[in-house]
Design a protein around this ligand. Sequence first.
Ligand code: ATP
Length: 199
Amino acid sequence: MYLKSIEVHGFKSFANKIVLDFHNGITGIVGPNGSGKSNVSDAVRWVLGEQRAKQLRGSSMQDVIFAGTENRKPLSYAYVAITLDNSDHMLDIDFKEVTVARRVYRSGESEYLINGSPCRLKDVQELFYDTGIGKEGYSIIGQGQIERILNGRPEERRELFDEAAGIVKYKRRKVAAQKKLEIERENLVRINDILSELE
Ligand code: ATP
């Protein structure tokens, strides 16, 4: 699996629609200070479901929408789509190519799409569990992140190893199953109460 392209429109400094195509091997993005290099990695974080404005170097989620310049009006929405080559089926979905997109409007409305079909944030998160690509993954290493990992709490470091070991989805399923079991236990207690009242 590898990142084939990123499409950005109205996201941060990218007022016009741009498409960055990547090929096998290493690609470097170079440019003067403030030209938008980090905005490209922010776009990838964002489309993967980042909900924390601070992680995207903003103060609110609306800050990702192109805010306008002296010569150009602000835009009303931001859109990012990434396309991944999935011919090795590392992503558990029956497509050789997977496009994940996210759009947000100034009004607050937003949507996620997987291969053009609207979906929930949860679907995007589940698609990337245990691949290292999710927003908590290690595929994007930001400035200062290595230091944070090394100095971080052991539980935080453990999360990273869990992701690399591919057990995150099982842990989440276990938590969901435990919650269901708890509800069923409570239901059983109630049924037993009703039964003893009837006897
Ligand atoms: P450096 O090399 O200094 O790290 P960079 O190339 O990584 O810089 P970025 O940090 O990606 O640059 O981009 C910063 C630019 O993006 C600034 O000029 C900022 O004004 C612009 N920018 C950020 N958010 C928005 C927005 N919502 N609308 C318009 N422009 C924005």
